[in-house]
Each structure stands twice: as structure tokens, then as C-alpha cells.
Design a protein around this ligand. Structure first.
Ligand code: GLU
Length: 448
């Protein structure tokens, strides 16, 4: 049997921003399409006219673009199966519903059209993730009391319902596999009944596991950042978010935890997705983000950090790119997010944040003359390189019976305002002799 070209779709309702659950669904569809060389369709399910807006549609697309989840057909990318907005397909829904009415499988109730739920046969499907699922047809759609509830296809206002429009579109758009959140498992039998009524072969279904917050409760707004743009604002890289989301329910058979989107697409296997609920572990996201940050090339890293420095009011334009990129290189993988890395490296751009953090109050005034003698001698070294500063400092500490730490810590604090930093002589070298002199002098630790 010749296998059909894979066609999958992400079908968001434009009633809010792209949140983590939606991004997860979009990603798994994208991975499957890219892995199989198929097509990824973006279909906008905007039949809820009160809550759907074009702005939300735009935000969802922007979120997908930020993540790099490109689609092959969609409202902005005409294709052979369009239009891709449900509000532009209303005629079709009416025509197909009329067909079912003609066949005696659906009926009018006022302005609405309802599908007669049949009884007496099994509705079944083999979910790629959840396995075999079957229900008696009369249990596919029930009232809270447990009696058969006919399925509304078209509401009295002329708008199709989700279960109905979804089926018509998946059929018309030749979707081969429906990949979506597990919250739709309960809708699937209703949809299959509609496929059966038309005599259409249903697509494959693969439902993705539920995503839980760290408290093991279903993910919701309470769990903090939910829109993908919040992750962008917090300093997460799109590739890291993709990597992290891919691990919610799947892992590559190589066992690698950190991978690129291309690697994920190459290794993705839909039937390896697990149904076990996945926990959104933010520590893990941070770890993965840090690994992606480390792997960036210096120019790209600088490009990402720059806006965060600008936002903190640092005089970024006073420095050339080579200096800034070198400062970030010196940070040597510190910082789990671009925001953190920008914060941790602020002293390379300005003394102001250092002064705000450090006032040298802990230095015993009686020790200042000794420290000043050392720093003055350091500042007078013939060449201002880290190895020479270090050699000189070791020799000085031995000759004066002062542990290196005791002279290096005030230097670190005066230059960076932080207890932890890259090698302090490397920092001093990059800052330059004059800048170091001024910072030390501010604390009375060097002659002006
Ligand atoms: N518009 C539906 C949703 O956002 C689509 C579900 C589906 O993929 O079938 O939940």
C-alpha cells in the first residue's frame, strides 16, 4: 500500500496568546511533519466569534515564529486546501450538514442542525500514544444524566460546533494524523461518529500527554509564565524552549537531553511519545537553556544579551563588539538565562551597579594601607596581563605573609561588586588598567 504523504495541523482557537500547552502541540505536529517530510498546516478555529480576534491570531503566529515552528499552509500562506480560517469556510459546513439531513442522519431543531447519535455499535480507534480506545456509540455523547445526547453540528446562529467543523476540515484538508492534547480524547468518538456518517476514513489520532505544573496539578495560569513570550522576556532561547518542550512526553533514543531542533526533527518518532503526564520542571528548563547559551557562537550570544543590557540602562554603545563579546566569553557559561548572563556581566559596562552592590564597609580601615600598597604596586606593573598580575600577586602575598585570597577578594568586590566572578585577573585585564585604578580608588584602595 502506498503510504500517503503526511499532513498534520495545529488548530488553535485565537482566543488568547500561544501558551505552553499550545506550543507543545504545535511542536509535536511540526516535528512529525519535518521528520516525515510532510506538510504542517496552521488552521485557525475561530468559530467562537465573541472570543476570537485577529490580534490573537497574530500573537499565536508570532509565538510560533519566535519558536521557529514554520508552517507550510495557513491563513497567511495560501495552499490548495484553503481557506485556513474556519470563519471563511461557513458555506462548506452548511452544505455538508444539509447532506446529512438529506440522508436522514441529522435533523433541524429550529435554526440548529443536530446529528442523531446512533446506538448499537462500537466506536473505536487506535491512538498512536494512548493505544486502543473504544466506546459504545450510545456512550460517545451523553448528557450529565447518562442519556444519549445528539451532537449539535450547526448552532442556531449558523456557526458550526468544534467537533463538527474539526471533522469537516480535517477531511477536506486531507489531514493524515491528528496530534493534539489529551483533553480531546473524549471528543474523538464523537468526531469518529461524524466521519462514519459521511463514510470517510478517519485520520490517525495521537493524543499528547497532559502537562503538569511542579505541584503535579494540571498546568494553568497559576503556574507562572504560560505565554511563550513570557519565556522570551525572561531570557530563554527559542531553541532551548523547543528542546525542553520536546522532552515533555518524548525523548530521543540517543538518550541525549540537550539537542538542536534539527536533531529533534531527525530523531522524532510519534509512536515513542509516552502517555505519562509530563511535569513542567523549570529547573530543567534553566539547565537546558544554559546549555544552549553555552553552545551559541559569541556574535550570536552578544546579539541576544545586548537588549537586556540596554534595558538595564547600561551604556552598551560606549563599547565595541569585540570587547563585549570577550566579556561574555570570560563569563564562561555562567548564567542560566540571557537575562541572568546580562546581569552577571554588568560590571564590564559600568561601575554604577558595582557601587550599588558594594560599599567596602567590611574592610577594616587599619588594613587599607596594606591593601593600597599592594594594589598600587599591581597597578604599576609593566604589563597589564592576567598571567603577570597573577604571578606578581602570588609573589607579593608570599613576601608579605598575606594569603592571596585576602588581597584578591577586595579586588574582586571592587571591580565587580560580586563574590563570584570569572578569574579576577582576567576581568582586570579586560577592564583595563585605568578603569581598575578608578574603581579601587573609589574605595580608597588605590592612589588616584
Ligand atoms: N481548536 C481546538 C483547540 O484549540 C483544536 C483541537 C484539535 O486539535 O482538534 O483545542
Amino acid at each position: 500500500m502506498a503510504s500517503k504523504k503526511t499532513r498534520v495541523r495545529f488548530a488553535p482557537s485565537p482566543t488568547g496568546a500561544l501558551h505552553i500547552g499550545g506550543a507543545h502541540t504545535a511542536l509535536f505536529n511540526w516535528l512529525y511533519a519535518r521528520h516525515t517530510g510532510g506538510s504542517f498546516v496552521l488552521r485557525v478555529e475561530d468559530t467562537d466569534r465573541e472570543r476570537s480576534t485577529l490580534e490573537y491570531e497574530r500573537t499565536i503566529m508570532d509565538g510560533m515564529m519566535w519558536l521557529g515552528l514554520d508552517w507550510d499552509e495557513g491563513p497567511d500562506k495560501p495552499g490548495p486546501f484553503g481557506p485556513y480560517r474556519q470563519s471563511e469556510r461557513l458555506d462548506r459546513y452548511r452544505e455538508y450538514a444539509a447532506q446529512l439531513v438529506d440522508q436522514g442522519l441529522a435533523y433541524h431543531d429550529g435554526e440548529a442542525i443536530l446529528f442523531k447519535v446512533p446506538s448499537g455499535h462500537k466506536v473505536q480507534f487506535d491512538d498512536v500514544v494512548y493505544g486502543h480506545i473504544e466506546v459504545a456509540s450510545e456512550h460517545a455523547s451523553v448528557t450529565p444524566e447518562g442519556t444519549i445526547k445528539d451532537i449539535v453540528l450547526v448552532k442556531s446562529d449558523g456557526m458550526p460546533t468544534y467537533n463538527y467543523a474539526n471533522v469537516i476540515d480535517d477531511y477536506e484538508m486531507a489531514i493524515t494524523c491528528v496530534i493534539r492534547g489529551e483533553d480531546h480524547i473524549a471528543n474523538t468518538p464523537k468526531q469518529i461518529l461524524i466521519y462514519e456518517a459521511f463514510g470517510w476514513e478517519p485520520p490517525l489520532f495521537g493524543h499528547l500527554p497532559m502537562i503538569l505544573g511542579m505541584d503535579k496539578k494540571k498546568l494553568s495560569k497559576r503556574h507562572g509564565a504560560t505565554s511563550v513570550f513570557e519565556y522570551s522576556d525572561l531570557g530563554y532561547l527559542p531553541d532551548a524552549v523547543i528542546n525542553f518542550l520536546a522532552l515533555l512526553g518524548w525523548s530521543p533514543r540517543t538518550g541525549e537531553e540537550v539537542f538542536s531542533r534539527a536533531e529533534a526533527a531527525e530523531l522524532f518518532e510519534l509512536d515513542k511519545v509516552t502517555k505519562r503526564a509530563a511535569v513542567l520542571d523549570t529547573d530543567k528548563l534553566k539547565f537546558i537553556n544554559q546549555e544552549h547559551l553555552k553552545r551559541l557562537d559569541p556574535a550570536k550570544r552578544l546579539e541576544l544579551i545586548r537588549p537586556f543590557w540596554v534595558q538595564s540602562g547600561l551604556p552598551v554603545s560606549d563599547f565595541d563588539d569585540a570587547y563585549l563579546a570577550q566579556a561574555l566569553e570570560l563569563m564562561g557559561g555562567r548564567g542560566q538565562t540571557t537575562q541572568e548572563l546580562a546581569d552577571y556581566s554588568d560590571y564590564f559596562l559600568s561601575f554604577e551597579p558595582v557601587k550599588a552592590r558594594y560599599d567596602a564597609a567590611e574592610i577594616d580601615p587599619e588594613r587599607k594601607p596594606v591593601l593600597r600598597a599592594y594594589y598600587d604596586a599591581l597597578l604599576a606593573q609593566p604589563s597589564w596581563t592576567a598571567p603577570e598580575m597573577e604571578a606578581f600577586s602570588r609573589a607579593w602575598s608570599e613576601a608579605n605573609g598575606t594569603p592571596l585570597k585576602q588581597i584578591a577578594m577586595p579586588l574582586r568586590m571592587s571591580l565587580t561588586g560580586r563574590k563570584v566572578s570569572p578569574g579576577i585577573f582576567e576581568v582586570a585585564e579586560l577592564l583595563g588598567r585605568e578603569e581598575c585604578r578608578q574603581r579601587l580608588a573609589h574605595y580608597g584602595l588605590a592612589s588616584k
